[in-house]
Design a protein around this ligand. Structure first.
Ligand SMILES: Cc1ncc(COP(=O)(O)O)c(C=O)c1O
Length: 406
């Protein structure tokens, strides 16, 4: 009989690419998680914006149970009715005409980048290959995704960087204009609200300006809404806050499956014109299990009351957290983000702060620029938000006390 691994050896056979919190999660419900010792936590991470409806949402559980008894997998060489239905629903909610389903955000990004380059080839412009991303962005961990984001921590040590990928500085309008006017540019890829980069929302006039200019020069716009999409900002997609800013291609994942692995690359018919039979594919993408859960999750998230809740609770959070930042300027220097993608820029090290918050039974995520991010369930109540703020305040007190005794 194999014995249970001890805490000291539990990670021996896991590739060491994650800096994991010493917390073994056993169970979840709504905004709560319980560890293997039965200790409860208020979860403001939600699988990094993935459990958009909280943990074990009853409708998603029921849907998964029912579908698991009907059909799991068939292959994309057959028609998959659930896939057709979810694609139709996503197109009805967005600019898109067609969808390619994947299992993750990275794969959705990969499809988006390939779609953009294929578009120009189909147009007789195969020289249009330049992909411009932005500093501070994150698009996943495939070669294309790390090269599109250009974060040195993620590209170094993996051989030469892929050619024809570069990054623009957030807010450097002249460089952005020059990149768009470059006749070999294929696409600009941007997160309307950066997640990993530290809850940084692109100003609305910049998104619109980017859209206008790219149209003028025949450059495609790819929005990465893997983290900021699916209701996170209080609209189904973050770019929908800005009139006439729809992209040509969009990557979606995370909350689309409410915790079940799904990704999707959405595109206009025009942008997808190079994606013909045989140029792309996936074994698991769009499988019946994922599609059933995705349909249920989209249905719940797109409800006006869900999006209204996000806007209301986000407003409450911003007000309360601004007060906290005023009372603890020695701990929190800035509150930013959009909707329930909230960033707190910190004075103390963000990893230390996360550990101290955990002591208060509050889970928050890290982020670039020494931020912690709060990305709770879209269904979090104001009462639960109040509890989160109280736990943050208690954390700030501990930080202050530690600084005083140091
Ligand atoms: C904005 C953004 N794009 C892409 C990805 C990659 O998604 P996945 O980890 O599902 O491959 C992430 C993941 O955090 C993300 O936040």
């Amino acid at each position: 009989m194999t014995s249970q691994p001890s805490a000291a050896t539990a990670n021996d056979h896991i590739m060491g690419v994650y800096n994991r919190a010493p917390l073994a999660v056993a169970r979840g419900e709504g905004v709560r998680l319980w560890d293997d010792k039965g200790e409860a936590y208020l979860d403001c991470v939600a699988g990094i914006a993935t459990n958009g409806l909280g943990h074990c949402h009853p409708r998603l559980v029921q849907t998964l149970k029912e579908q698991s008894e009907k059909l799991w997998h068939v292959s994309n060489i057959f028609r998959i009715p659930g896939q057709e239905e979810l694609a139709e629903r996503l197109c009805a909610e967005t600019f898109a005409d067609v969808v390619f389903f994947t299992n993750s955000g990275t794969e959705a990004i990969e499809c988006a980048l390939k779609t953009a380059r294929k578009y120009h080839t189909a147009n007789g412009n195969p020289e249009r290959v330049e992909i411009y991303g932005f500093d501070g962005s994150f698009h996943g961990r495939s070669y294309a995704a790390i090269n599109a984001a250009g974060n040195p921590n993620y590209v170094e040590g993996f051989g030469p960087r892929l050619p024809n990928y570069s990054q623009l500085k957030w807010g450097d309008h002249e460089a952005i204009k020059a990149a768009i006017a470059n006749p070999t540019t294929a696409a600009i890829i941007v997160e309307p609200v950066q997640g990993e980069g530290g809850a940084r929302a692109m100003p609305e006039q910049c998104l619109r300006g980017l859209r206008d200019l790219t149209r003028e020069h025949g450059v495609l716009v790819i929005f990465d809404e893997v983290q900021c999409g699916m209701g996170r900002t209080g609209r189904l997609f973050a770019h929908q806050w800005v009139e006439d800013a729809a992209p040509d291609i969009m990557a979606v994942a995370k909350a689309l499956g409410g915790g079940f692995p799904i990704g999707a690359c959405l595109a206009s018919a025009e942008a997808a014109k190079g994606m013909t039979v045989g140029v792309h594919g996936s074994t698991f993408g769009g499988n019946p299990l994922a599609m059933a859960v995705g349909l249920a999750a989209l249905d719940e998230i797109a409800k006006p009351e869900t999006l209204e809740n996000v806007r209301e609770v986000a407003g409450y959070f911003v007000q309360q957290l601004s007060g906290l930042a005023d009372r603890y300027p020695d701990v929190i220097t800035e509150i930013r983000g959009k909707g329930l993608l909230i960033g707190l820029k910190l004075v103390p090290n963000n990893r230390e702060f996360m550990a101290l918050a955990r002591d208060q039974k509050l889970l928050v995520a890290g982020g670039g620029d020494n931020m912690v991010r709060m990305l709770p369930s879209l269904l979090i109540t104001q009462e639960e938000a109040r509890e989160a703020v109280q736990k943050l305040e208690a954390t700030c007190e501990v930080v202050r006390a530690k600084a005083a005794s140091a």
